[in-house]
Ligand binder design. Structure first.
Ligand code: SF4
Ligand code: SF4
Length: 316
């Protein structure tokens, strides 16, 4: 480890424990959505990383982004005290349109709406409101196609950073309009984002554990803003469920995963979620090889248009 990496590691650990304490306090706020007995535990990537060896690529290029990511993670919890005492709960169509315009102007590539349940809130965490605005931000293809590489890792971290900033800006925008808001952060967060995006009708979870959308294939990251707005246009359908059958016939990420972390057999989680990914097998590669990301690079949805793949698959 270089001196910069050692300082970075120590700083991350110190600030993470402060952040965890603040995050855990959200579940004590009156009316907050709390986890239930079947809720998942959050994988603490930032503090668990050192168990798997020395991080690669966490040097001078990543350091400024890590500082910004941490700052915005703190902002997600520190700004909750700015919420109005008696928040509005209804939004007009015109206000909703303006909210979407604002989110897109700030850089959100995907926007969807869903009501979340306690089964996807992480253990010990809390979500201020069940009404979620789900946001996606694209990672650039030419960078992801170099995976595993420092270039690719920088792009992943840039995306986390940018989306964390967008999430806080949207929460702030909502507060100014009289609503209550709790910004999520794409790196960690208080609840599982992939099921949220799936429920919001934006995308479908692939075998690689990465969510796949028509707009960006598997090449995007997610976050959410939880709000007091009760009349958002919550999605009740998802048109992407065919991707499950596509994954069954594809399995390219299973073959190419260098950590054997994507399993043939599905894992059925207590909260009802079904995945194919073994985090503890992925982590050594993720930590020691620039965030890996091979599963994103090789996925056909990264290389071929979603609708072309759909048409040819459904014809068979
Ligand atoms: S990031 Fe790498 S090790 Fe992890 S699941 Fe994807 S391909 Fe496998
Ligand atoms: S590589 Fe194939 S199996 Fe893996 S997520 Fe993409 S489509 Fe699904």
């Amino acid at each position: 480890m270089t001196i910069i990496e050692k300082i970075q590691e120590k700083t991350i650990r110190k600030w993470m424990s402060k952040l965890f304490e603040k995050e855990n306090n959200v579940s004590n706020i009156d009316g907050a959505l709390k986890p239930n007995a079947d809720s998942p535990s959050r994988y603490e990537l930032m503090t668990e990383a050192s168990k798997y060896g020395e991080r690669t690529g966490f040097g001078i290029k990543i350091a400024p982004m890590m500082v910004s990511i941490l700052r915005n993670e703190f902002k997600t919890v520190n700004t909750l005290k700015k919420n109005p005492e008696k928040p509005r709960t209804e939004i007009s169509n015109e206000e909703l349109q303006k909210l979407e315009q604002f989110a897109r102007k700030k850089g959100a590539g995907l926007i969807g709406f869903t009501k979340i349940s306690e089964r996807i809130v992480f253990k010990n965490k809390g979500v201020l409101h069940p009404n979620a605005i789900v946001l996606g931000f694209e990672m650039e293809k030419d960078k992801i196609d170099t995976a595993p590489s420092l270039k690719c890792q920088v792009e992943v971290m840039r995306t986390y950073d940018k989306l964390g900033i967008i999430s806080n800006k949207i929460a702030n925008y909502l507060r100014k309009k009289g609503f209550s808001a709790h910004a999520g952060h794409p790196l960690m967060g208080a609840a599982l984002y992939p099921p949220m995006a799936q429920q919001a009708g934006l995308a479908w979870l692939g075998y690689s554990g990465i969510i796949i959308s028509p707009e960006f294939g598997p090449r995007f990251r997610l976050t959410a803003v939880y709000t007091s707005i009760e009349n958002l246009p919550f999605s009740e359908k998802n048109e992407h469920s065919w991707i499950k059958d596509y994954c069954d016939s594809c399995r390219k990420c299973i073959e190419e995963c260098p950590g054997s972390a994507i399993l043939d057999e599905a894992i059925h989680h207590p909260n009802g979620q079904i995945t194919h990914i073994a985090n503890t097998k992925c982590m050594p590669r993720f930590i020691n090889d620039f965030g890996c990301s091979i599963c994103i690079k090789v996925c056909p949805f990264n290389n071929v248009d979603y609708y072309k793949l759909k048409e040819s698959f459904l014809k068979k």
